[in-house]
Design a protein around this ligand. Sequence first.
Ligand SMILES: Nc1ncnc2c1ncn2[C@@H]1O[C@H](COP(=O)(O)OP(=O)(O)OP(=O)(O)O)[C@@H](O)[C@H]1O
Length: 294
Amino acid sequence: MRLTIDNVSKTFGSRRALIGIDSEMTPGVYGILGANGSGKTTLMRILAGVMKPSSGCVRLDGQPIDRLNERYRERIGYLPQHAGLYDGFSAEKFLSYIAALKGLSKAETPRKVDEALELVGLRDYRKQKVGSFSGGMKRRVGIAQALLNDPDILIVDEPTAGLDPKERIRFRNLLSRISDDRIVLLSTHIVSDIELIANEIVVLKEGRLLAKETPLQLLRSLERRVWSAVVDEPDMIRLQSGYKVGSIVRVENRFRLRLIGDSKPHEAAVPETPSLEDLYLSIFDEEGDASCGC
Ligand SMILES: Nc1ncnc2c1ncn2[C@@H]1O[C@H](COP(=O)(O)OP(=O)(O)OP(=O)(O)O)[C@@H](O)[C@H]1O
């Protein structure tokens, strides 16, 4: 199975949300990483077939998805950013309702609902009302509905927004577990959501695709460029204006800085092993949200 994005652009009036995106995906987990407004949702919606590109084409195994139409949609599971759930329904009833909307037969629905609940670890809670669930459990119900038709391609848009760290880890593991033989696309602006599970990371910035590489390959671009240094206040201020500074920790009356620079930024600086947080900082520092959700 091969999903091909061929020179896809999308404009809203004069705003260019996506600019000439080219990419190819085979089964695995793909993390779509970008700051707010970088085009993640637009790309996800185009790949889910609910929005058309202004130009360019998406193909599944060589066939344009708008020509495949219903045959494509049958192979997609999509969890939008703001998925609506029916709080008054039990998990089981809600999923049965979605199964009917997706056209699953009455005969197969109970088994499919049961399998989906089992996969997301909610079988024991199937009779409970969705409204009583935690944020993480609700997100898992969202994944369960996207999995009902056993999709080959699963698209989840910012699924961890608003979840606490424990729920985020659980959710991450769930996505990793269900990725066998599927293309799983997960958008986020939180590096830790994807660094452990993504086979490849697709970096979007201002509508352009900056990179599509394995986490290791991405980190290689930062080798010998990440430093830490314990400095006094005047040096801290100087370094902050000349370098991309990730973290500042007070150490008695001095400061430990983690920063990015092509050459040694300070006589006290020592090299550090790069992390994807550093990569995010190096790409998106102007948005100032490199550490969001940590
Ligand atoms: N329906 C729309 N009409 C007009 N502009 C839009 C529309 N949808 C998206 N945009 C614009 O396109 C750009 C990309 O938006 P998009 O929602 O795809 O980004 P994003 O990376 O998903 O951001 P976020 O993380 O905030 O959801 C933004 O500048 C946004 O304002």
